[in-house]
Design a protein around this ligand. Sequence first.
Ligand code: 3UK
Length: 549
Amino acid sequence: MAEGNGAMAVSAHLDSFARDNLPPRAQWPDLVFTLPELHYPERLNAAVELLDRMVERGHGPRPCLLGGGMRWSYAELLERANRIANVLVHDLGLVPGNRVLLRGYNGPMLAACWFAVLKAGGIAVTTMPMLRAGELHKIVDKARVGLALCDARLGAELETCATAAAVLERIIYWGDTGDSGLELLARRRSDAPVALDTAAEDVALIAFTSGTTGEPKGTMHFHRDVLAICDAFPRSILKAAPSDLFTGSPPLAFTFGLGGLLLFPLRIGAAALLLESAPPERLLDAIEHERASVLFTAPTAYRAMLAKLDGRDLSALRKCVSAGEALPAATWEAWRERTGIRIIDGIGATEMLHIFISATEEEMRPGYTGKVVPGYEARIVDDRMRTLPDGTAGRLAVRGPTGCRYLADPRQTQYVRDGWNLTGDTYVREPDGYFRYQARSDDMIISAGYNIAGPEVEEALLRHPAVLECGVVGAPDPERGQIVKAFVVLRQGFAADPELARHLQEHVKATIAPYKYPRAIEFVTSLPKTQTGKLQRYRLRAMAQDAAT
Ligand code: 3UK
């Protein structure tokens, strides 16, 4: 057992790798459990709470997961999860604490595998479908993964990874008709309940994040954390109902998607439509034809859908959540005008597992992320962790029932200081408790001594009818140190010429303080994005750098 992790003594994990690689307790964030609903027993298996308990309470016959041509009730999902858990234990020799890599498109089978791993006391390491062998290799190495469950259609990159990564010994495929396919193994095994008696602080999942740059970091989350996120944002802000059908775009490998599309609906007995891929048209189809009522997606997707709303019937849609990037007021307003729905913005992070600042529809204020979610605390601090006065931009520090614990990573002490999680974002807190996003702390542009937040300029540009998407960064400049440079994707029907560029500059000057206007504008056909849909400003900075030299 690792030094300083004394409370882990009751762990159900026989493989102590995750526990041994937690940061020392002194480097953990403070965990605060202020709300009674965020108190959990010491023994807790999140999958059992989300599945077995729901069936016990009578949800068995109710619709649970839809997608990939399947429609599973709660009872059916539980049965699948138990069978796969039995396969993991009896056919594949899973030892509690072993990491299991999951690779698949969003769909009921991926979800069943996720629950099976947790039920058996394994640790789920879900990976994005788009990852290639090299990226998978890093994850497999870091998390020491010996076993993978994989959608047969996504096997190639994982096979390549396994050839190079000796630790990955076994890959089992679903959607594979052969006699070693997961479905066949599962049918042969019993559906006897599997419910390993895990400790609330046993690691349940390792979610990898590379942010928008850099080496991947594994964030470790406990069984308790899985329930805590269900009982925080969804309960006090989202307030969905058991009759809701959730859908959206983020992969289940991204904790935004894991929570929004799987954990949150199941916690309340609702259903989820899991889409293998979710371009804007597919999301609109899901709302129009499958009557999805709660939508989780990113700001870019709201903008892309706005351009395709004509003739669409969105009457089923009740609630919209946006996260991953700042939601510009212009997008929020346009969405409300067209659909009548006030988007719920919310900032979350892989390190925090899910959303910790947000607001209900009624309380949402465009251009602001919201207020601290009940159960969490947030403050704005300077470089020495001193609280800054309201109205002053500084570093966002948060704490709550969940928090950052990197898997064996020296960056732990950058993210967590004095018990607070530093998300890397610059924010302003207003006296009435609303938080306004400024920029990633390392994305602030400093031009001729002025601090300029790229997203604010982006927001101004987005208010111009010609602009579909844009990214604003600092470009090197001999006189000003940096100048504001905008990369702009135009809407159909607008010509990328110097006249329009001048037009856009004037538009920004007329919208926000003139010194913030983009002195350089480059028209592009697309912007570099991460697999979670975030703008990669560091790549724009490199493009700006190249163009300047
Ligand atoms: C940025 C936002 C402004 C911010 C995530 C909801 O995005 C998620 O996790 P990541 O680890 O990135 C975290 C960073 O993304 N961000 C996220 N949401 C917002 N900035 N407004 C927002 N609403 O820089 C943050 O530090 O990829 C989001 C739930 C779970 C998540 N993992």
